[in-house]
Design a protein around this ligand. Structure first.
Ligand code: GDP
Length: 517
């Protein structure tokens, strides 16, 4: 692991660099550069070559301690930051090492409650690699933040307590990572000291995790046995666990390649604002969510299908010839398009859907369960549209990891849902273009966000009240795909599962379906 000799400081980091501390476990720490300062807009910053690491685990699994220890060992912390830890006199749960979580749990309220309240972005540079730590909350009620943070991550660091292993909450996190398209997952099996550094305990958890990774199709899935306060297998190979010959956590984070950039996707500009100067200037302003655009390119409005060419790409300080994902721009066109906030401009050959029906996978975030009588709205990248229908189709069972037909959703449930907006909305499938493929569900009366998730499929065909809806009835299923099933409890469950599968398959092929069981 070669570290560059350059020492960079971020704008937010003021004090002089501290001498590397005696406790530093890495031989070349001097070259690593750190800022634990919160990045102002890290999602928008130029993060080429950087790896965005989402941390998740249940409260008390040791997330803050692990990140604190990583910062302590692998980066040039400022003197006052190290002093926070040494002067406090607080010890970690192993009773020997300082409480490194103090480096991470900076917020007073957070310390009082003992939980991490919001996603905190921290980053540090090690040689040519910048690690951006997205610290997601462990508490169930904060799942919402995790769902939002997850979509920015290159890799997830999932934590478990070696004494407890893979829990329901771990499976939930895995399902949310899957939903948010985070496919690379590192499992840190923490608190190995509390199981006597036992290889057997670790292996059992690693096997469970391998199964979970297979189920969700995670790639580069690896488990690492660690002890956060003492730093075993965090930045240095543990002498206590000679049976483990895999990489340390830091090593793994340093060698993973960053995820492919958003600039390689299809061009998408969700319009936030129409700018006029009262005379002839009319600009369409927004942040490019995927791909790139050049002056002279033909673009298309998703809903109307109207086309135009880009005349100018205007930014705060100058005109550009080309702009890419992440940049906030104002486009002027060679002809006026009659569009408003909420429109999505795209390249002509590969447009989003003008969706009249969608199937989405959501994390239900509100304490109030889904209620068919409540009015809901759907929020896309920049649009907000009323929903004329919303049906829960399936709910993921966190014990079996099977999605079974269901019409309910309560807090933290992961559900597949059919939406019929009151008018067409411009969306992509999430796997195609994440920036325009995510949605929020909003309570129409309170304005509160009740669920968030991703678009699995979107159909341009209207399915309501026009006689073209395919009714998938019990009789039809019993005569065909479920012919072999009996009335046993097990078969009834299987019946429902197949019904859901058939409906999803038909819908993803663009056939509007109603389940009448
Ligand atoms: P978080 O809620 O996941 O951020 O957990 P913390 O980092 O605050 O850790 C919770 C408690 O577990 C603290 O008392 C830590 O000192 C302790 N702890 C964390 N990691 C370890 C470990 O590897 N071994 C032991 N013995 N205690 C640990």
């Amino acid at each position: 692991m070669a570290a560059s000799a350059s020492v960079k400081k971020t704008a937010l980091a003021e004090p002089a660099l501290a001498e590397p501390a005696a406790t530093s476990a890495l031989p070349v720490t001097k070259a690593g550069t750190l800022s634990t300062a919160l990045a102002r807009h890290p999602a928008l910053a130029d993060l080429t070559g950087s790896l965005r690491v989402l941390t998740c685990g249940s409260v008390d699994d040791g997330k803050s301690t692990l990140i604190g220890r990583l910062l302590w060992d692998a980066s040039d912390l400022f003197e006052d930051q190290r002093a926070t830890v040494t002067r406090s006199g607080r010890l970690a749960g192993d009773g020997e090492n300082p409480d490194f979580s103090l480096l991470v749990d900076g917020l007073a309220a957070e310390r009082e409650q003992g939980i991490t309240i919001d996603i905190a972005w921290r980053y540090f540079e090690w040689g040519s690699r910048r690690l951006v730590i997205i610290d997601s909350p462990g508490h169930e009620q904060y799942t919402r933040n995790m769902a939002t943070g997850a979509s920015h991550a290159d890799v997830a660091l999932l934590l478990v307590d070696a004494r407890a292993g893979i829990k329901r909450q771990t499976r939930r996190h895995a399902a949310i990572l899957d939903l948010a398209g985070v496919k690379r997952v590192i499992l840190a099996v923490n608190k190995m000291d509390l199981v006597g550094w036992s290889e057997a305990s670790y292996r059992a958890i690693a096997d469970d995790f391998a199964e979970l990774a297979r189920r969700f199709g995670f790639t580069d899935a690896i488990s690492i046995p660690v002890a956060a306060p003492s730093g075993d297998n965090v930045t240095r190979q543990s002498a206590k666990m000679p049976w483990y010959d895999g990489p340390t956590l830091l090593n793994q984070l340093m060698t993973l390649p960053p995820r492919e950039g958003r600039t390689s996707g299809p061009f998408r500009l969700p319009v936030q604002l129409i700018l006029r100067d009262g005379r002839d200037f009319r600009g369409l302003a927004g942040t490019i969510s995927s791909g790139s655009v050049k002056v002279g390119d033909a673009i298309r409005d998703t809903i109307s299908g109207e086309r135009a060419r880009v005349s100018r790409i205007v930014t705060m300080d100058r005109d550009l010839k080309q702009a890419v994902a992440g940049q906030a721009v104002t486009l002027t066109l060679d002809r006026d398009l009659d569009i408003a906030r909420g429109a999505v401009l795209s390249e002509v050959s590969d447009p989003p859907r003008a969706a009249k029906e969608l199937v989405v996978r959501l994390v239900w975030m509100a304490e109030t369960p889904f209620d068919a009588k409540t009015g809901y709205l759907v929020r896309t990248a920049t649009d907000l549209a009323p929903l004329s229908e919303i049906d829960i189709l399936k709910r993921l069972d966190l014990e079996t990891l099977v999605a079974a037909v269901s019409d309910t959703a309560s807090v933290n449930d992961i559900v597949d849902v059919r939406l019929v907006p009151g008018r067409a909305v411009a969306v992509d499938r999430f796997s195609q273009a994440p920036g325009t493929g995510a949605v929020l569900i909003v309570d129409a009366v309170s304005g509160a966000t009740v669920a968030g998730g991703v678009v699995l499929s979107a159909s341009e065909a209207a399915s309501i009240d026009d006689g073209t809806v395919f009714r998938l009835t019990r009789e039809r299923l019993a005569a065909g795909v479920c012919k072999d099933l009996t009335d046993s409890e097990r078969d009834t469950e299987e019946f429902a599962r197949r019904a859901g599968e058939v409906a999803i398959l038909l819908r993803s092929a663009g056939v509007p379906v109603r389940l009448d069981l």
